[in-house]
Design a protein around this ligand. Structure first.
Ligand SMILES: [Ca+2]
Length: 338
């Protein structure tokens, strides 16, 4: 749903790339911007919004540089979890859960998503609102839309962002994003915002930047839209019997929903079947009884830790299509709730 590598911002190289200079066959920035404005007018965006956002707009060199220099970390699940589900993050989540208990309960009632999962995603995305993405969303998106590398994707997001402003869901100065255009405390891309943002407090704005009800409601609404089951967990770590790997693997006979992380999963089988194959919890105890379906995943490859993942896990993947991310959210939710 979104592209976010906050770390990349911290790792910007010193070399300067003339990012916004027109490349061969590319229109000049000013001409391109005129054409964007024309298309926006045709889409019904008010002149007032276009004046506020596009007039005098300049590209952001640092956005292009961040996009061109996304660091590829070689990371294992263990190193990822140590960073993302740190004790400080767990403590922060417990505090957030306690401080917002009433509001989270109301959001949970409306959308059917347990409070600890809403808090866990909030914690993973912006450290419970403590990291505040500060780019002008339109400027970041326009910069990336002008760059030919992924222009088509970001052009669509740019028009979605203009539509959000046109609908008065948020004001121009308030619409801040990461360099990659992920907005507000839940880090929604504009197209996701248009589909899933929730005006939980009913004031006519969908303020995922400042309003906790709207932030929590939007996260929950997103998960609900991907078939979240409010009574179910995400999954759990398991131990496998000796020599199990060979049995594993007719992979993926269900809807993978365009998320590549699902290619690492086994097909879904009822818990009773995993139990009969000798899969146990980490303490060697029987699996929970019942026929709830789960996929098996070894996120670091064959020799690694193994997990059984339920349908809610797949909803988390729709938020961010990465198995490490989904396991971290699940772990954090479990630990925050304890
Ligand atoms: Ca609102």
């Amino acid at each position: 749903m979104r592209l976010l590598l906050v770390l990349a911002l911290l790792l910007l190289p010193v070399t300067l790339i003339p990012a916004a200079a027109a490349q061969d066959g590319q229109p000049k920035w000013e001409d391109w911007l005129k054409e964007v404005r024309k298309e926006a007018e045709e889409k019904g965006i008010r002149a007032e919004i276009l004046d506020q956002t596009l007039t005098g707009l300049t590209p952001l060199e640092r956005v292009i540089r961040a996009d061109q220099n996304q660091a590829e970390f070689v990371e294992t699940l263990d190193t990822y979890l140590a960073k993302r589900v740190s004790q400080a993050r767990i403590d922060g989540g417990r505090k957030a859960l306690a401080e917002n208990a009433d509001l989270l309960r109301q959001v949970a009632e409306k959308h059917g998503v347990q409070p600890e999962y809403i808090v866990a995603i909030w914690g993973m995305e912006t450290n419970y609102g403590k990291y505040f993405p500060s780019e002008n969303a339109i400027q970041a998106l326009a910069t990336l839309a002008y760059d030919p590398r992924r222009g088509a994707y970001f052009r669509k997001e740019l028009f979605a962002a203009l539509e959000i402003l046109n609908d008065d869901f948020i004001s121009v100065p308030e619409m801040k994003a990461s360099w990659a255009g992920a907005m507000g405390q839940p880090q929604f891309m504009p197209t996701s915002y248009l589909q899933y943002a929730d005006d939980f407090d009913g004031d006519g704005h969908k303020d995922i930047w400042n309003n906790k009800g709207d932030i929590f409601g939007s996260v929950a609404n997103y998960l609900r839209s991907y078939k979240w089951q409010g009574e179910q967990p995400w999954g759990f770590e398991v131990s496998l019997p000796e020599g199990f790997a060979a049995k594993l693997h007719a992979v993926g006979d269900y809807d993978q929903g365009g998320c590549r992380a699902m290619n690492q999963h086994s097909r879904a089988l009822p818990l009773s079947e995993w139990q009969s194959m000798g899969v146990r919890d980490l303490e060697g105890r029987d699996l929970p009884p019942g026929d709830m379906e789960a996929t098996l995943i070894k996120p670091d490859g064959e020799a690694s830790r193994a997990f059984l993942a339920f349908g809610n896990y797949r909803a988390i993947l729709r938020y961010n299509c990465a198995n490490f991310y989904a396991i971290a959210v699940g772990r954090l939710a479990d630990l925050v709730k304890q």
